[in-house]
Design a binder for this molecule. Structure first.
Ligand code: ADP
Ligand code: MG
Length: 707
């Protein structure tokens, strides 16, 4: 699904008032049709205008049968020569047609009715369109679209290419085309529609919005279809540009609105942070120090910090967050740290308690499983300010959570939270017009081209250096046929005192199925490796069970942990130095990279075995090769983007980036510099226009602009 329905827009947010009219104002759209359209998110005329064709059919020309070439679609005007029905294996109707070029073409049908057969009388004129393929006796078309013509009737070739729209359940392709055509009749004049400054269109040599829409729906006969198929026709580029601009503007405006609030400047002498650094068993890396400086500088200002810290798995983001937290606490304020899973949140809790409690700080814990008295106690400590630091999951955003003086909201693994959730946590710290500083951490490296779009509302810091003493992970790809060998390897590694992960993955998006697979792998491996102690970890287990298993693995009490991808983020067991990932060919590179980051955390040489099911496609082979040859998260992200597209990389929930109607980030990435430039220009010179662009494309989501 490319787009989500957008509701709640007011008239002027659409492409003019006409754009906001419901589809039911079109002839032939009753409640039933309207319902089918609505199921695809098509509720207004504008939705239909932006429902672009997938491809086009050229019925503008009539070709001579004698000149047809197989492998290409064509339209011919001919006469029926012979009709044959057979039922040998399955019903089949063959109609031979011929034209003035003395060529013969066979039309073949596998589904047909009596009335249809009766139409094909030898000598009748027929206009038909379809893909030409080689057949048993010369060329043929299978299930062409056709029209029988009276002798004197004009064939009337079309004067523009025919659009073929994405299917809508319950509506035939012709009805969809007709409805879009009706909607296009109501498209307002160019001047009314246009929002982009003329200078910008000229610079890029792009048509007006009206022209772009009309061309995209009905290209002229001489249109370059290859350009259209690649999504690079100026008409498509024009639409993509405006859409990208709208999304970018929406994030920029959100940032501006956020910055308009004040924030509590945090500039303590830094005693607490110094004490914490003295307690650490290591020195900060240069990159950690630089990022910490950037964060501290932001926090010292009276506007809220909006900073994203990107750093590969294991680069040491947590301690940077802890030092920032120490500063906020020393300034007499509170800090909240939110993580997307309980497992990850618990790990942060462990670290923060170990680091901060010896300094006399109180760290509270709040997750879904904290209930009853414990919950009431935590809420009390948060509200009174007795707990200076609160670590938790989504539970932190619940209404009952009230902070005494929240000055720093830290969100880990940003890509699992949407912008909305980040704002919800921010709102916990609203006091008067002041909002807390925000620090967002992510281990998903985003290619530079996309980072500016994905995080247009944030400043970005990168920890681009690993703590010293890590030995890089060696990665190999192994066919599933060699499973027995791999099991032996695990036996040998564990005999040497190493610990290992066995990661079970499935393509189905079902925790249940995945859990079952992990369970049976756990049993098989247990039988094959009776001398080892195995643990099982999957998403269907109770948090307490998960925690117990993790604790045993961390303590070295378990040799092998059989797990689903729930271990993806945050698991930190330095002694684990071997990881096997099943069905590795099905996972995205970013996810593989995350998983692999669980090993190579200690001094021991680590390895990762990517087990695949043969045969491998060329693409899958290339992807595994990327993993084998690189451990650089940024490089892997660039490759992932190249090979799979941004939806995979960013996750659909993240920023709405994957829910464009027209634009495709990778394909249109070269427009981004212009998009950024245009956004700054519009915000500076024509903020009202900027607002209208956002409202038109982003619609409901624009309400965050006022945040
Ligand atoms: P991530 O960036 O993936 O969240 P963590 O913050 O979990 O990484 O850090 C990974 C491990 O590296 C932790 O065990 C942490 O204590 C350790 N670590 C962090 N910074 C350094 C450093 N400068 N030197 C050595 N070890 C470090
Ligand atoms: Mg982390």
């Amino acid at each position: 699904m490319k787009r989500a329905p957008r509701r709640g827009d007011t008239d002027k947010t659409r492409l003019g008032p006409a754009g906001a009219q419901p589809v039911s104002t079109l002839p032939g759209v009753g409640p039933k049709v309207a319902e089918k359209l609505a199921a695809r998110g098509l509720e207004t005329l504008q939705d239909l205008w932006l429902h672009l064709p997938l491809r086009y059919e050229d019925r503008t020309r009539i070709e001579a049968i004698a000149t047809l070439r197989p492998g290409q679609p064509a339209q011919v005007l001919a006469r029926v020569e012979a009709v044959e029905r057979s039922f040998r294996y399955r019903p089949m109707l063959r109609v031979a047609i011929g034209d003035d070029s003395h060529g013969t073409l066979v039309l073949r049908f596998f589904h047909f009715g009596k009335a249809q057969v009766a139409q094909f009388l030898p000598g009748r004129r027929i206009l038909c369109y379809g893909d030409v393929r080689p057949g048993q006796h010369g060329l043929e078309m299978v299930h062409p679209s056709y029209r029988l013509l009276a002798d004197e009737a004009d064939a009337n070739p079309r004067d523009s290419l025919d659009p073929v729209y994405p299917a809508i359940e319950g509506l035939g392709p012709l009805s969809v085309a007709r409805l879009v055509g009706e909607a296009l009749k109501r498209l307002p004049e160019a001047a009314e529609l246009e929002l982009l400054p003329a200078g910008m269109r000229e610079r890029l040599d792009l048509p007006t919005l009206r022209e772009a829409l009309l061309t995209a729906h009905r290209p002229p006969p001489d249109a370059d279809l290859a350009l259209f198929a690649a999504g690079r026709h100026p008409a498509q580029r024009r639409l993509a540009l405006e859409e990208l601009l709208a999304h970018h503007l929406s994030l920029r405006r959100q940032r501006i609105a956020l910055r308009a609030h004040g924030a509590m400047p945090v500039r303590p002498p830094g005693k607490l942070a110094r004490a914490l650094r003295q307690r650490l068993a290591f020195q900060l890396t240069g990159a950690q120090q630089r990022v910490l400086d950037e964060v501290s500088k932001d926090m010292a200002r009276p506007e809220p910090m909006l900073r994203l810290v990107q750093g590969d798995v294991g680069s040491g983001k947590t301690v940077v967050a802890a030092l920032a937290a120490a500063n906020a606490v020393e300034a007499g304020r509170q800090v909240a740290l939110m993580a997307p899973t309980e497992l990850l949140a618990e790990q942060h809790l462990g670290n923060f308690r170990a680091w901060l409690e010896p300094l006399g700080l109180r760290v509270a814990w709040l997750a879904g499983k904290v209930t009853g008295k414990a919950r009431a106690a935590a809420l009390g400590e948060i509200a009174s300010g007795r707990a200076q630091v609160v670590v938790g999951t989504h539970a932190l955003m619940q209404e009952s959570v009230v902070f005494a003086a929240l000055a720093l909201a830290i969100v880990d693994e940003q890509h699992r939270f949407g912008v909305h959730q980040r704002l919800a946590l921010r709102d916990k710290g609203l006091s008067g017009s002041q909002v807390p500083h925000q620090l967002v951490m992510t281990a998903t490296p985003i290619p530079r081209t996309l980072a500016m779009s994905a995080y247009a509302d944030l400043d970005v810091s990168v920890i681009d250096q690993m703590p010293p003493g890590r030995t890089p992970v060696t990665t190999v790809a192994v066919s599933g046929e060699r499973r027995a060998e791999v099991v032996e390897r695990i036996r040998a590694a564990c005999a040497e005192g190493r610990q290992a992960y066995w990661v079970c993955t499935l393509i189905e998006d079902s925790e249940e199925v995945e859990a079952q697979a992990a369970q049976s792998t756990f049993e098989q491996l247990g039988a094959a490796l009776p001398e080892l102690r195995l643990g099982l970890l999957h998403g269907r287990m109770k948090p307490a069970e998960k925690q117990a298993v993790m604790a045993r693995f961390k303590a070295g009490d378990l040799h092998l942990l059989v797990a689903t991808t729930v271990i993806e983020v945050g698991v930190d067991v330095p002694n684990a130095s071997l990881m096997l990932i099943e069905n590795a060919e099905r996972l995205g590179l970013a996810q593989l990279h995350q998983l692999r980051g669980r090993v190579g955390r200690g001094a021991a040489a680590s390895s990762c075995v990517l087990m695949y099911k043969p045969p491998l496609s060329a693409l899958a082979r290339e992807r595994l090769e990327v993993m084998r040859s690189s451990t650089d998260g940024f490089l892997i992200a660039e490759k992932d983007l190249e090979l799979r597209g941004p939806g995979e990389l960013l996750g659909t929930r993240q920023t709405g980036l994957a829910s464009f109607r027209v634009a495709e980030l990778v394909r249109d990435a070269d427009l981004l510099p212009e998009v950024h430039r245009a956004a700054e220009e519009l915000l500076a010179t024509a903020p009202d226009l900027a607002g209208r662009v956002v409202a038109r494309w982003v619609g409901g989501a624009a309400r965050f602009a006022g945040a």
